[in-house]
Design a protein around this ligand. Structure first.
Ligand code: ZN
Ligand code: ZN
Length: 337
């Protein structure tokens, strides 16, 4: 003998659920960018797709005592970070709890859809957390402008600073970010260098190299936000403390405002990337030995610089002339004594 025991509550509940599932089947397909996958007494599943990289599958699971017990929401995505999805799922549970005793599915699905649409930077949430960890200074900051799909990063090192405005395009990461260096107090040559390098790093993330290597797997665009910011943050942290490779004093003045007033203290950046005072480098380049060309005393790389482009023979001759002139002067001095 089989007894089927069903409380009146249970009957109410399934009638309630049936009505809600009907409503879900009717309403969800009408929501833009949302596709209903399943609507059964165990769960409702829908797929939300804003762009290729802003896609999420929402599963709302009914608990035995639903709707007295809230829905449990599970979010899955191939492109959005797990940490972001876990956080959003928790908020969904809170939303469902607010509607205890009432239909919850439509509200939760709409909530996720609106959240993904309004939080445009969700597509780079992991990169943003890493950038936050790189900003270690007291005055450093990062501001997210979700509506404009922009972020502003302010990096400091002692008295030097750089502000970067970054626009994240809608079809990120297939399309690169655009870094804009809005404010800074670095010498112009360093600013130009930062700007060009940052643009190049971002470009390389999405454009395949011109020279194709047949052994390499096909090119896939990579997220460009983190590598670009990492580079710029490192520059700001590093350059103000960098030393002249010859006199071992700081290359940049401690106070950025004194830059133009000290003659011979202008900074030269050579091929290897090391910094030198103009005065120190000039003396070094014009002093023998010349035969092997001049190497950076720190990393040993050849020094190429437009200002000292003359060959070693010319340098040798100039040096000899200068020495001869010096001797002549000394001889004259001797004679006068
Ligand atoms: Zn120096
Ligand atoms: Zn070097």
């Amino acid at each position: 003998m089989v007894f089927i025991v069903m409380s009146s509550d249970g009957e109410d509940c399934s009638a309630f659920l049936r009505a809600e599932l009907e409503q879900v089947k009717k309403e969800v397909p009408r929501i833009e960018n949302v596709k209903l996958i399943a609507a059964v007494p165990l769960l409702v599943r829908a797929e939300i797709k804003k762009t290729e990289h802003k896609q999420v599958a929402v599963t709302c699971m009914f608990q035995p005592a639903y709707p007295a017990e809230p829905l449990v929401t599970e979010l899955r995505s191939k492109t959005l970070a797990d940490r972001f999805l876990d956080g959003l799922a928790k908020v969904c549970d809170t939303e469902a709890r607010k509607l205890k005793g009432k239909p919850q599915v439509l509200h939760v699905i709409n909530f996720v859809k609106t959240f993904i649409e309004e939080n445009t930077l969700c597509v780079c949430s992991e990169e943003i957390s890493t950038i936050k960890r790189l900003l270690t200074g007291d005055k450093d900051e990062i501001k997210l402008k979700q509506k404009a799909s922009e972020l502003v990063v302010k990096v400091h090192q002692e008295q030097y600073f750089l502000h970067i405005k970054i626009s994240v395009p809608d079809n990120y990461p297939l399309v690169q970010i655009t870094p804009e260096l809005t404010e800074h107090n670095f010498p112009a040559f360093l600013y130009t260098h930062f700007k060009a390098q940052a643009a190049e790093i971002a470009r390389r993330c999405v454009q395949p190299p011109l020279k194709k290597n047949p052994n390499q797997s096909p090119f896939v665009p990579k997220p460009s936000l983190l590598p670009t910011c990492e580079y710029l943050i490192e520059c700001v942290k590093k350059y103000p403390l960098e030393k002249c490779q010859l006199c071992h004093e700081r290359a940049l003045p401690v106070d950025p405002l004194t830059e133009s007033t000290q003659r011979g203290r202008q900074i030269e950046k050579v091929y290897c990337g090391h910094l030198f005072h103009f005065m120190c480098l000039n003396k070094f380049m014009k002093t023998p030995p010349f035969a092997e060309g001049k190497q950076c005393p720190t990393c040993g790389k050849q020094i190429f610089h437009d200002k000292w482009k003359v060959s070693s023979e010319v340098m040798e001759t100039r040096w000899a002339h200068k020495q001869a002139r010096q001797r002549e002067l000394e001889e004259v001095a001797d004679f006068m004594e």
